[in-house]
Design a protein around this ligand. Sequence first.
Ligand SMILES: NC(=O)CCC(=O)C(=O)O
Length: 258
Amino acid sequence: MHVALAQLDIKFGDPATNYQRVAIAVKQASQQGASVLVLPEMWNTGYALTDLDQLADVDGQRTRQFLIDLAQQYQLNIVGGSVAVARENYYYNEMLVVDRTGKVLSQYDKVHRFGLMQEDQYITAGQTENIFQLDGVPAMGVICYDIRFPEWLRKQAAQGPKVIFVSAEWPTVRLPQWRILLQARAIENQAYVVAVNRVGSDPDNDFGGQSLVIDPLGQVVTDAGDQATVVTTDLDLTQVAKVRSSMPVFADRRVELY
Ligand SMILES: NC(=O)CCC(=O)C(=O)O
């Protein structure tokens, strides 16, 4: 699996500009030979939560067609980060995963709302897991604050995913925690973590990137730095089986105790 991390600057409250930026990133990823592109969180609007009534994608229709078209045109699987979606008078922070044939593989609403960025006031929490197969590889996806809840990731990782995709708008001030949390999620689940954060700023926060690829032993194999960029990395998926067989932590769980 050759993953491309689209570490984008997101223009606050300006979907038109942001759709263009994503289209450029998809083209760059394709030119770099990627098989999967990963986008950041809330890339259509940024955290312009007070304006969701005008900005959110109604029923996610625009984003769905946009990602399907790009996936087919560039023959690329897309882990679509997340966008602000309006559905039946509620707003969601929603991830779509689309394969290169244009098939929608999953639709996931962020489960844990981040109060420090007012999500609890505007966003409705999701209820469902997000496990899918990309080119036959079992994978899962979560959104930003979700990574602070290891039980949520574990519940899904125990079902077989070898790659954990994370899309985020994680402020610079807490990037040291971002790195440690992601490394811990990789180590405990013995999986690759492919995590994409944004750069730039909005009225309340600066975002410093540090999109990462972390191997199943917790080592950072790619760090995208702090500027807007598309970086690609090859995942050696044989590592997952090797690490899991060298230390069988899933089999050693005492699920009767917890
Ligand atoms: N957008 C988010 O969920 C941000 C999460 C965050 O910054 C954290 O510290 O957790």
